[in-house]
Ligand binder design. Structure first.
Ligand SMILES: C[S@@+](CC[C@H](N)C(=O)[O-])C[C@H]1O[C@@H](n2cnc3c(N)ncnc32)[C@H](O)[C@@H]1O
Length: 259
């Protein structure tokens, strides 16, 4: 009797919210993709003709659509429907998308000489960052560049960070309740639906964990940037909101080189 092993998606996959996420991101990206992340990631990657990028947890492939046309691209994600959405939009024959679980020991691509790797807005959704870094290390050539962008782990910890207002100082501050302890945190994708809302998972680690794990698998960190929102408030709280928004960054970007 032939046994068929069912492909099991990890619980962190965004398959259950694929439709919502694909609509939100669209062809060019959501607000922060367009205004903050994609232009700066393209600048950090500095890809040139003939380079090749492995994009881990690529979602529906938004980064691929911002790259120079003459680079090779492989995107991997656990959510089959997001990969299908990416494949529907692809026009460049050098771009490929595959379903893959980054928690598994091996990816389906065997190419081991990528010049670049990336993981954009997804490391905070993945259970074991070391596994992700191992994949990047295994598939990059020596000297290859790895660009990571994630929700800033020091300031955006679901359920453990929030805004507050100090009325005497007339300032808006960021309150951090927990930071050093790794945490697995469920997030309701549609909070209005409360109990019926689909859940995605967030995994918190302090920055020191990411830096230590990168070093352990053979990366040297060559850059670190912190990016704030470019939005502006109107109205009577505008001054304090604008100040706290520019002082407290939303995203962290780590650039590492494979030794
Ligand atoms: C916030 S989305 C970001 C997607 C894309 N990089 C972007 O910027 O639009 C997080 C992605 O991580 C993927 N993901 C979560 N766990 C994964 C795993 N174990 N293996 C592969 N992908 C995973 C999800 O399916 C989802 O597409």
């Amino acid at each position: 009797m032939t046994q068929h092993r069912k492909h099991r998606s990890p619980k962190s996959s965004w398959q259950p919210v694929h439709q919502w996420y694909n609509d939100l991101v669209g062809e060019k990206g959501h607000y922060y993709h367009q205004h903050v992340i994609l232009p700066r990631v393209v600048e950090l990657l500095k890809m040139k003709d003939g380079d090749a990028l492995l994009d881990l947890a690529c979602g529906q492939g938004v980064l691929s659509r911002s790259l120079p046309t003459d680079v090779e691209y492989v995107g991997v994600d656990a959510a089959r429907s997001l990969i299908e959405a990416a494949q529907k939009q692809v026009e460049n024959p050098k771009h490929h998308f595959v379903v893959g679980d980054l928690m598994k020991p091996a990816l389906s691509t065997t190419k081991s000489d990528f010049t670049h790797a990336s993981i954009i807005l997804a490391l905070q959704n993945i259970k074991d960052p070391k596994r992700v870094f191992q994949h990047a290390a295994e598939h990059l050539r020596k000297g290859g560049k790895f660009v990571i962008v994630l929700n800033h782990p020091a300031f955006r910890i679901p359920r453990q960070s929030s805004w507050g207002v100090d009325e005497t100082k007339k300032t808006q501050y960021r309150r951090i309740d927990r930071y050093m302890t790794p945490m697995e945190i469920p997030i309701q994708a549609h909070p209005g639906q409360q109990q019926r809302s689909t859940v995605t998972w967030s995994y918190h680690f302090p920055l020191s964990t990411y830096f230590a794990e990168l070093a352990r698998v053979g990366f040297v960190v060559t850059g670190f940037e912190e990016w704030s929102s470019d939005k502006t408030s109107q109205g009577k709280a505008a001054k304090m909101e604008n100040r706290s928004r520019s002082e407290i960054p939303m995203f962290a970007a780590i650039v590492a080189e494979k030794r």
